[in-house]
Design a protein around this ligand. Sequence first.
Ligand SMILES: Nc1ncnc2c1ncn2[C@@H]1O[C@H](COP(=O)(O)OP(=O)(O)O)[C@@H](O)[C@H]1O
Ligand SMILES: [Mg+2]
Length: 309
Amino acid sequence: MASLIEQAARRMEQLLAAGVDLQDLVPQAAVEASAKAEKIIPAASANSSSGYVELDLPSLALQGFLVPGAARSQLADQYRVIKRPLIDNAMGKGVAASLRHSNLVMVTSALAGEGKSFTSLNLALSIASELDNRVLLVDADVARPSVLRMLGLPRGPGLLDVLEERVTLSDVLLRTNVDKLTLLPSGTPHSRATELLASDAMRGLLDEMARRYPDRIIIFDSPPLLLTTESRVLASHMGQVVVVVHAEMTRQSVVQQALATIESCPLKLMLLNQASANSAGGYGEGYGYGSGYGYGEGQSFGGASAVVS
Ligand SMILES: Nc1ncnc2c1ncn2[C@@H]1O[C@H](COP(=O)(O)OP(=O)(O)O)[C@@H](O)[C@H]1O
Ligand SMILES: [Mg+2]
């Protein structure tokens, strides 16, 4: 006797041959059951093609990332302060209540190696640890992607593939074992990848993301402002731009140059990264940081609270 599955397959072929749309035949209960099944994926079968990845949280904690349940640390406290205005602005409660795309947060810097990726991931993890907030971390530094590598995950399709219309956004989003954290990898690399960041396709995608996920904070790990012109175009579509400054390395004139490229962005926040007590003081004086955040021209994160050491 033919198995039930074989019978069903044969029946389906007959229906297809008769031109019946199979979508119409699936009972709602079955759709709900399969949606439920999708959510419960055992760790052993987790892989990127299932849209779910299992992060090695103990190993990430050892590398200084703020995974849920990690011991209280100075870094975690610093990020707690840093994320608050970002969340408030994103949810329309901050200084800029009517900000366009307020939930799109770009993390950039003047040059490479200032800590953009480190900051993006820690911000994402820190925000995801809150009760209320879901986070999407996008690897938009398409020429030097590092989010998957930092997380110890293999390369996979992502943003670039969506922009080239090979896949849809929901095909390449990766849910994780950090409940409120979803990832969008940078995708299949190619030589003109960075140009796509300044394309109409990217602008359309950002509009779609802001509209489809208004309750999610979307963090973009992005290319440096002074090394690619596309980065400033990307910045112009973001609600909030976090400029990471390597406290020990980056000259003030370079920081000023970087800020000048994004002058027209409504909300810029500056984050002093890897600061020792001394250099933080030095920058503080040089830029006139006060305590708390500053907004408007040449805005910055202010005070020790925005300094990551
Ligand atoms: N605050 C920090 N504390 C410890 N290590 C950091 C910190 N910021 C950055 N790093 C490390 O410095 C290196 C460069 O940072 P990364 O985030 O990759 O820079 P970018 O993305 O701007 O090129 C990485 O190895 C990163 O882990
Ligand atoms: Mg990086």
